[in-house]
Design a protein around this ligand. Structure first.
Ligand SMILES: [Zn+2]
Length: 63
């Protein structure tokens, strides 16, 4: 009985976490985290790369 109920809980959990709104939310959160981390990184290699990419692609003049 406990095995059956834990399987049911797992199925409910899976159906909730695999639903579209949860997937979209997780995707946007993780994408924002990665973009934020790369754009505001102080690590010289990542900073210089994103800096020149910003100038080349967006035409933003920051200096
Ligand atoms: Zn610049």
């Amino acid at each position: 009985m406990t095995v059956f109920s834990s399987t049911s809980v797992l199925q409910k959990t899976a159906s909730i976490t695999l639903s579209k709104p949860v997937q979209v939310t997780l995707y946007m959160l993780l994408s924002s985290l990665v973009i934020w981390t790369v754009f505001f990184s102080t690590y010289p290699a990542a900073h210089n790369t994103t800096h020149s990419m910003r100038h080349h692609t967006l035409g933003v003049a920051c200096h």
